[in-house]
Design a protein around this ligand. Structure first.
Ligand code: BES
Ligand code: MN
Ligand code: ZN
Length: 507
């Protein structure tokens, strides 16, 4: 079992015990504060032989030589000091967290020549430590032998909770660091909530259970409405309900409102695909890899995590979150290829492939959101297509938008947080491909451009409201692990959209 590190900030002082991490710039030398640590000279002597030159995120360490009270002294390369942006500090935190081992007490000394480390720097580094330390191990009951694998034998004992590591970050201005960290920790909690929701298996988290998790946000001051089938039926959400009808588990729509802005300001809105499991329905998916479809609610998880973050840090903005929660399963009631459903917009849809279900859920969620709240803009997130992974791999999410300003703001937020977006095209030529002989549209197009076709479909449900669609199929789950994430679920979208709101829509 893993527990979350506790973080504190302090002034520079020589630590007496535990592990100590100090920074070294790429000119190689240790800073002043680092030198007051006991075996600093020994550490510096190791630089040439360890070929350590302060290169960003490289490391060298000295283990408790005789005569010192510390367990370990580690130098961490900070690289070129001019290149230290927010994400660099986050990565440094992640790199340090990866090397904590069994330490229970750790000091991190942030002293670099001419660099203030007391504000966002220390806060981001602390955030990196928390993000990297996240492990989804709530269903492991066996003792961990330290290599991350369970021992073969079950001794009948519950795994003992690991002792939480206490991390003290020494900076030029601990008070400023503490203040910046208070906001940052709200965002990190949002990311970790999103990861938890995505990692959770579908037997434990269906639409009803997900909705219950959303209701917990009320404790933070978020207004939450949960719509059940009856209300959705009344509203005419035939598109969303058609997806849900093959599952014995009910469908839900969760509507979250955070009113931190001025009363007269129209809200910004985030909409998420929440398919708690996607079998493909009657157009069933192959068995291999289907287990990943427990994460087909990554968009809804990101919206929920974002609302958690914004409410926790009391963002000065009015923000709506709407998520459509269904299970795409198969029984005798499941919808068939060729079925025609009527969406809340009144537009009819010929369902030619029951596995193209996310767009059917979002069609009603987007329409409802636009209709009820008249938001300034809508951004939807969805693990929508395999095609976006073919196009972009797993390092960028696809961005589709009818509004250049919104697209540019999202792209900038993506650069700043390194939750990167790549803009993809929309156009009438693509839109034509979903015209249907038998209804207003069909839910699939031809063989090519699958991610674009899905986006065109969504655009038919947003009218002229500024809108962006983020296809996060490649980035929300199963993406390559990084300095700040080792878990299957990444929580992609929470840091990105928090940044979008923070930089453009507050105060
Ligand atoms: N949830 C899937 C998309 C997906 C695939 C997400 C792999 C993450 C990893 C979506 O509902 C889906 O099945 N899309 C189909 C659409 C097709 C039937 C037009 C796809 O991408 O194959
Ligand atoms: Mn599908
Ligand atoms: Zn899906």
């Amino acid at each position: 079992m893993t527990s979350r590190p506790s973080i504190a900030f302090a002034k520079f002082a020589a630590p007496k015990k535990g592990s100590v991490f100090v920074l070294a710039a790429d000119d190689g030398g240790l800073s002043e504060a680092a030198r007051i640590c006991d075996p600093a000279k020994t550490l510096e002597r190791a630089f040439p032989v360890a070929d350590f030159s302060g290169k960003f995120a490289s490391m060298v360490e000295v283990l408790a030589p005789e005569g010192t009270s510390l367990d370990r002294l580690v130098a961490v390369g900070a690289g070129k000091l001019t290149g230290l942006d927010d994400y660099a500090w986050l990565k440094l935190g992640g790199t340090i967290a990866a090397s904590l081992r069994k330490a229970t007490e750790v000091a991190v000394v942030l002293d670099l020549p001419g660099v203030a480390t007391g504000g966002r720097q220390a806060a981001q580094l602390a955030a990196g430590i928390l993000l990297r330390s996240y492990v989804f191990d709530k269903y492991k009951t066996k003792k961990d032998n330290g290599d991350g694998q369970n021992d073969g034998q079950h001794d009948g004992k519950k795994a003992e909770p690991k002792k939480s590591v206490k991390v003290t970050i020494q900076t030029t201005d601990p008070a400023a660091a503490k203040k910046a960290f208070a906001d940052e920790v709200a965002v990190i909690d949002g990311v970790l909530l999103a990861r938890d929701l995505v990692n959770e298996p579908a037997n434990m988290l269906g639409p009803v259970e997900f909705a219950a998790r959303v209701s917990e946000l009320e404790a933070l001051g978020v207004t939450v409405d949960i719509l059940a089938e009856k209300e959705m039926k009344k509203l005419g959400m035939g598109s969303l309900l058609g997806v849900a009808q093959g599952s014995p588990r009910g469908a839900r729509m969760a509507v979250m409102q955070w009113n931190g802005g001025k009363a007269k300001d129209s809200p910004v809105a985030f909409v998420g695909k929440g398919v708690t499991f996607d079998t493909g329905g009657n157009s069933m998916k192959p068995a291999s890899g289907m287990e990943d479809m427990k994460g087909d609610m990554g968009g809804a998880a990101a919206v929920t995590g974002l609302m958690h973050a914004l409410a926790s840090r009391k963002a000065k903005a009015n923000v709506i979150g709407v998520i459509g929660l269904v299970e795409n399963a198969v029984d005798g009631h499941a919808q068939r290829p060729g079925d025609i459903v009527t969406s809340m917009s009144g537009q009819t849809i010929e369902v030619l492939n029951t596995d193209a279900e996310g767009r059917l859920v979002l069609a009603d969620a987007l329409w409802y959101c636009n209709d009820r709240f008249q938001p300034k803009f809508m951004v939807n997130l969805a693990t929508l297509t395999g095609a976006i992974m073919v196009a972009l791999g797993q390092h960028y999410a696809g961005l589709f938008s009818n509004n250049d300003e919104l697209a540019d703001r999202l792209t900038s937020a993506g650069q700043a947080t390194q939750e990167r977006l790549w803009r993809m095209p929309l156009g009438t030529e693509y839109d034509k491909l979903i015209d249907s002989k038998n209804a207003d549209m069909k839910n699939i197009g031809g063989r090519y451009g699958g991610a674009i076709i899905a986006a065109q479909f969504l655009q038919r449900f947003v009218k002229d409201t500024p809108w962006a669609h983020l296809d996060i199929a490649g980035t929300a789950m199963g993406a390559p692990s990084s300095e700040i994430n080792q878990s299957w679920a990444s929580g992609f979208g929470v840091r990105l959209l928090d940044r979008l709101v923070r930089d453009n829509y507050e105060g």
